[in-house]
Design a protein. Structure first.
Length: 458
């Protein structure tokens, strides 16, 4: 294809409006912008103001809940329907806004949770590229269910997943909860399957992972799910250890208390602090919260714990006062900045895919306590496939008890296995950096896309 020297290409990137989706899609937009493509993020009116990124344009669209976003909707089902209806029309307006300018939009890069955005691209005669924010393993499993080559329910005694090329040996305990308990999550399951409803019409499919991380999966499913692996979508400055001036993704749905955290971390010796966060969506039960709280205290280690405002009342009585010397509890912070700090020696995580990639890319040993959705297979990767951490055993009520947490903290920070885990962390950090660095496997895929975007004006 001929390069058109007058046209840079213009992508409109549409994330699902949650922190774990905005971050990687915004990072992708920034990366494309750094390679000369014009990039605009189109996100909901409720989330648009939480984004601040140089080199990337911002346009509001509507999910129908402009004042309060998802929290305003009566149910997930209502939200998804409303976003589809309102999102499609307002996204069209964004495309039309640029039509007669010198930078008309030639591609929509959409979160795979929003397949209707591809229909909008088709309607306007422009390219459509799906972006999957989960692991390739998880996407390939859901893809197989969608196309009927794997059927639900999956039974504990009979796990047919080994028939999927590249998918590691998952036990029943490691399955995404939408598959383990499909009847409990009908709306989420339908949404996960809808990612593939029109995917054959997409011009490009991207996944936030890299070849070495999930070897074989992408090739194994390429006919069904022709994804290009372009991850990890973690800002390169963090991978290179040059974080001065780059404070992260450039999006925060809550006010981060990062300065206070960094000041506190500065007073601690290297690798001595446990950073604990369960991401933006998980809500722990009071029982689980109590076990983690007392486990952290009894471990005797310093800890920085992100406890979201609405969960704070679930902390045990008297806990905050009792750990004043050892712990800092904040409602939100810039996670990347914390993980990159030399005082952090362990990451207790819910294993959201972004947190998993961030821990891996920054070389921090992890204790994975998955709660739901795709966090369960992610924990399997952390503990048994890449061996960059451990997953504690939960009790029969699916609660990780304090003794188990204490044992796991010891295991990754100073126990017998810790040397091997730390070595693996260094190895994976290097592999991640290589994949996304200039000329790496992910970087090459992104370059191919940039070439394509600039090659013709559709
Ligand atoms: N995050 C953050 N501050 C926090 C907790 C999380 O900036 O206090 C960011 C984190 O860096 C990650 C995202 O929020 O990029 C959460 O995404 P993930 O996929 O890990 O989990 P989710 O929130 O979707 O469950």
């Amino acid at each position: 294809m001929e390069q058109n020297k007058y046209y840079k290409g213009h992508i409109v990137v549409v994330p699902y409006p949650s922190q774990g989706h905005i971050n990687p899609l915004l990072q992708f937009a920034k990366r494309l912008a750094s390679k000369g493509v014009k990039a605009t993020i189109a996100t909901t009116r409720y989330t648009v103001e939480s984004i601040c990124a140089a080199n990337v344009g911002l346009e509001p669209i509507s999910d129908g809940f402009d004042e309060g976003g998802f929290a305003e909707a009566k149910s997930e089902e209502v939200f998804f329907k409303s976003f589809k209806a309102n999102g499609s029309s307002t996204l069209s307006q964004v495309i039309l806004k640029f039509r007669n300018t010198d930078s008309p939009v030639n591609c929509i890069v959409y979160d795979s949770f929003l397949p209707w955005a591809l229909d909008a691209a088709r309607e306007h005669g422009i390219y459509g590229a799906a972006f999957f924010t989960n692991s390739a393993t998880v996407s390939s499993i859901f893809c197989r269910i969608h196309n009927g080559t794997l059927s639900l329910p999956l039974e504990e005694e009979n796990m047919p997943l080994s028939s999927i090329a590249g998918v590691p040996p998952l036990n029943f305990r490691d399955l995404p909860s939408f598959l383990r308990l499909p009847e409990s999550y009908p709306v989420y399951l339908a949404m996960k399957l809808s990612q593939f409803s029109n995917l054959e019409k997409a011009d490009w499919v991207f996944a936030n992972t890299f070849e070495e991380l999930e070897p074989g999966v992408a090739e194994g499913v390429s006919k069904h799910w022709p994804a290009k692996l372009i991850g990890p979508m973690v800002p390169s400055a963090f991978l290179d250890g040059r974080i001065e001036g780059d404070k992260g993704y450039g999006a925060s749905l809550w006010k981060p208390l990062s300065e206070e955290c960094i000041k506190w971390l500065e007073t601690k010796v290297p690798k001595s602090v446990v950073y604990v966060s369960f991401g933006s969506m998980v809500s722990l039960t009071e029982k689980q919260m109590g076990e983690i709280a007392w486990g952290l205290k009894e471990s005797g280690k310093y800890f920085l714990w992100v406890v979201k405002e609405h969960e704070r009342h679930r902390l045990p009585n008297g806990f905050i006062e009792s750990v004043k010397e050892k712990g800092l509890i904040v409602p939100w912070c810039n996670q990347l900045e914390m993980l990159a700090h030399e005082a952090i020696g362990c990451f207790v995580t819910h294993c959201g895919w972004n947190s998993t990639l961030e821990g891996l890319s920054l070389g921090v040993p992890m204790v994975g306590i998955p709660q739901w959705a795709d966090q369960l297979p992610d924990a399997k990767f952390i503990g048994e496939i890449w061996e960059v951490g451990v997953r504690p055993q939960e009790d029969e009520k699916w609660v990780v008890r304090r003794e188990e947490l204490i044992a796991c903290l010891k295991e990754v920070m100073e126990g017998k296995r810790s040397q091997k885990i730390k070595k693996n962390c260094i190895l994976w950090r290097e592999r991640a950096k290589e994949a996304i660095g200039e000329g790496g496997s992910s970087d090459k895929r992104i370059d191919e896309f940039v070439w394509f975007l600039r090659s013709e004006k559709r």
